[in-house]
Design a protein around this ligand. Structure first.
Ligand SMILES: Cc1cc2nc3c(=O)[nH]c(=O)nc-3n(C[C@H](O)[C@H](O)[C@H](O)COP(=O)(O)O)c2cc1C
Length: 401
């Protein structure tokens, strides 16, 4: 069966490679909206959903995983930012996703940043994003989604602060998050609090420990009584380990269930990709603005996952995201400590069949390591200091003996 799925996926991959140059002739944002319209159509009735599932879906019981009480049929998820208005939930299960994070949603309607907002970097397998949290606002989206049956799909609700003013006012910002989280209290399976959008007018004020403390206190007071769903916090990619540690301590103090690692990488800290991709016409890119997904982010986010897993000794759930293109990339994030995965850029560069190909590859890689479940693989190549210590003392004892 797996062999047949492999051949199917190869054919779909070849077809996507033939179509890709045509898709890449389109402006990236127009291409995004056109593909989304196609997805809405495919999700609109049982026949198109069944045909899509036949072409793209893949199931294996060893991929089943339970995280913070939520049972996922597989750990491969769509990352926030692809479905900013929560319109495509009907088609994700047929594409093979176990979960999808919708949003980011904000308290107010957000038009996002002006001008061209998406840029492809083909050699670097990356998208430079300058969207700025465009979405229809939490009220409208929550009322559209409130009675939706998501079926096999587990749904994350990503809440960010409205990007409507360059002035940061702490109380207003907290109110904005709380408004969104309250409106979605009965929708979906988990929450993500996004404190790391790199494209907002007032920066990332919740990296500041006092601001984060105030936000998470409000979440504990106002949101916990409304819902038992796990709450995760999404971190930026380009923080120092010291800055990360402060945020992690805040998450633990306020009993958040986990973290999403990481958001996009800022070009100023990863300039070589921009320079090699746009050597003569840097003007095409928004100067000093935007941030990168995909390959430039892959190592950065894995390093953050490794650090946080070792620091927290597995105490926090980790959703790993950034530059996952193959089952090996996915497995590296899992064995570094991630319980679940998110991705977007691979769908753009490799095609949607890659979701089931990654799931199929994960089954093989787990089997090679003798694991029968995702839970067993989590963190298996990132031994916690305590385990390392006991391994060393075992070795020493053997030497002595
Ligand atoms: C077009 C686009 C829009 C995004 N918008 C959001 C967003 O609204 N909220 C968010 O938390 N992350 C957003 N992200 C970041 C992704 O969720 C993810 O962290 C990042 O793309 C790395 O994953 P990838 O390399 O698989 O694309 C966006 C990414 C892309 C490519």
């Amino acid at each position: 069966m797996s062999f047949i799925v492999g051949i199917r996926n190869f054919i779909l991959w070849a077809l996507y490679r033939l179509m890709r140059p045509v898709i890449f002739l389109m402006d990236p944002e127009n291409a995004h909206y056109t593909l989304k319209k196609g997805g809405v159509f495919l999700g609109s009735n049982p026949i198109t959903r069944a045909i899509t599932a036949l072409l793209y879906d893949y199931n294996h019981r060893s991929l089943n995983t339970t995280v913070d009480g939520v049972n996922y049929r597989n750990p491969v998820g769509l990352s926030a930012g692809f479905d900013k208005d929560g319109e495509l939930t009907k088609i994700y299960p047929a594409l093979g996703f176990g979960l999808a994070e919708l949003g980011s949603f904000t308290g107010e309607v957000c038009p996002g940043n002006p001008g061209k907002r998406l840029f492809r970097m083909v050699k670097s397998k990356s998208i430079v994003v300058w969207y700025g949290l465009n979405n229809q606002g939490a009220e409208k989206i929550a009322s559209n989604l409130v009675n939706t049956d998501f079926g096999r799909l587990k749904v994350g609700i990503n809440a960010a602060k409205s990007n409507v003013s360059p002035d940061f006012v702490l109380e207003e910002s907290i109110r904005d998050y709380i408004k969104t989280l309250s409106l979605f209290a009965d929708i979906g399976d988990y929450f993500t609090i996004n404190i790391s959008c790199p494209n907002t007018q007032d920066g990332e004020p919740f990296v500041n420990p006092d601001n984060l403390d105030a936000l998470l206190s409000a979440v504990t007071e106002k949101i916990r009584p409304l819902t038992k769903r796990p709450i995760y916090v999404k971190l930026a990619a380009d923080l120092t380990f010291t800055e990360i540690d402060v945020i992690i301590d805040g998450c633990i103090k306020h009993k958040m269930e986990g973290v999403v690692l990481t958001n996009l990488a800022k070009p100023e800290t990863n300039q070589e990709h921009i320079a090699s991709e746009y050597p003569s016409n840097l003007g095409l890119l928004p100067q000093g603005k935007g941030a990168m997904s995909g390959l430039p982010l892959q190592r950065i986010s894995t390093n953050v996952i490794r650090h946080v897993y070792r620091k927290t000794r597995g105490e926090l759930t980790i959703i790993g995201v950034g530059g996952i293109f193959t089952a090996k990339d996915a497995y590296e994030k899992i064995t570094s400590g991630a319980n679940l995965l998110h991705m977007i850029t691979t769908m753009i560069f490799d095609g949607p069949q890659n979701i089931s190909e990654i799931n199929r590859g994960l089954v093989k890689l787990m089997r090679q390591d003798g694991f029968t479940s995702i839970e067993q693989a989590v963190g298996s190549r990132n031994p916690l200091p305590q385990l390392l210590d006991s391994a060393h003392s075992d070795n020493k004892q053997q030497e002595v003996a």
